[in-house]
Design a protein around this ligand. Structure first.
Ligand code: NDP
Length: 316
């Protein structure tokens, strides 16, 4: 049997790099897309030791021609879209860029697949943010969308486009509603890394106080390396469907902070300043997913506890 091939859009990011490693270990041929033509940011792939094993292609996902050319020339069995402006906070500052990078990019991919002769399966990284505030029991796949920021609106749009192409054209497209998932590949623009690196600097005497926003928010944090396995499982299904990928467990940001500081022998209350200027314009108080469907149909469940995740981020 010939090797399966996968095209990963957004291969340089946290999930793209982890998925590339995961698929290479499964024997796939992996082609990765980046926007950058001349100096692609390959630091994550390098860190995972897979940079040499991937063919890197540059393409602009918000340009239809560029996407059609890429997908047509690669002709892969599976396409994973892990690209786009991924920060909720930045989506308030750069809403148009965020919207295009998720919605228009997905529309371009769908059109390219539809117009090709290919039977490519398509996975898109959706978001738990699509559901906005969730019940304590967690959002399920049928929960109503209630996006509260430009990032979530763009993810809802992409999800609905995929559902539409599935229904109208029979295209094999799936959305994974991913809840927060972390790894040491994340940048400090994300609060979990800001906390871990801040605590390390305070322990080392390089920083006095760490300024953070609302510590009461509750999130469903998982480990990114486990989430890329779920993405792959979603595309191995005969029938395309959407799945919630989450731990089903919520913790407050304060619990995260407390765990991280304790690992450095510090009491967070002595070092953290809550700064109201860092509160978001419209903050989701609680965002949890119920991963029962993924557990039942994909045989997938999140394994790492919050302390495991904090340890992983600290160890780097
Ligand atoms: P990253 O930010 O690490 O990677 C995203 C990649 O997208 C970047 O490396 C960049 O690659 C590319 N990109 C394309 N357009 C833009 C743009 N306008 N601004 C910035 N980057 C852009 O994201 P993750 O790996 O963490 O997430 C993967 C996908 O999963 C994203 O779509 C994200 O929204 C989604 N998601 C992630 C969650 C998480 O907790 N990590 C939770 C829920 C959803 P290059 O510069 O090489 O083109």
């Amino acid at each position: 049997m010939s090797r399966k091939s996968a095209l990963i859009l957004g291969v340089t990011g946290q999930d793209g790099s982890l998925l590339a490693k995961f698929l290479l270990e499964k024997g796939y041929t992996v082609i990765g897309q980046t926007r950058s033509v001349e100096s692609p940011r390959l630091v994550n792939l390098d860190r995972l030791g897979v940079k040499q094993d991937i063919e890197i292609r540059s393409a602009d996902l918000i340009d239809q021609k560029s996407v059609t050319q890429l997908i047509g020339s690669v002709g892969s069995d599976e396409i994973y879209n892990l690209s786009g402006q991924s920060s909720v906070g930045s989506s308030f500052v750069r809403p148009a860029e965020t919207f295009k990078s998720h919605s228009l990019a997905v529309l371009n991919v769908l059109e390219a697949i539809r117009k090709s002769e290919l039977h490519t399966k398509f996975f898109n990284a959706g978001s738990g943010e699509c559901f906005g505030e969730t019940k304590e029991s967690g959002a399920v796949e049928e929960s109503p969308f209630s996006p509260l920021n430009p990032y979530a609106v763009s993810k809802v749009t992409a999800t609905m486009l995929i559902a539409n192409y599935r229904k109208v054209y029979g295209l094999h497209g799936c959305t994974g509603f991913l809840f927060n998932h972390e790894s040491c590949l994340r940048s400090e623009a994300f609060v979990t890394q800001k906390i871990v690196r801040g605590a390390a600097r305070i322990a080392g005497g390089d920083l006095e106080k760490l300024r953070l926003g609302n510590l009461d928010i509750r999130r469903d944090w998982g480990r990114a390396s486990e989430y890329v396995d779920a993405m792959w499982r979603i595309l191995q299904q005969e029938t395309p469907e959407d799945f919630i990928i989450s731990t089903g467990r919520s913790s407050s940001l304060q619990e995260f902070v407390s765990l991280a500081f304790r690992r450095f022998g510090l009491n967070w209350q002595d070092h953290v300043v809550v700064d109201p200027s860092l509160f978001r314009a419209s903050e989701i108080a609680r965002n949890i997913g119920d991963p029962s469907k993924a557990s039942k149909k994909l045989g997938w469940r999140a394994m790492s506890s919050l302390p495991d995740i904090v340890d992983h981020l600290i160890q780097g």
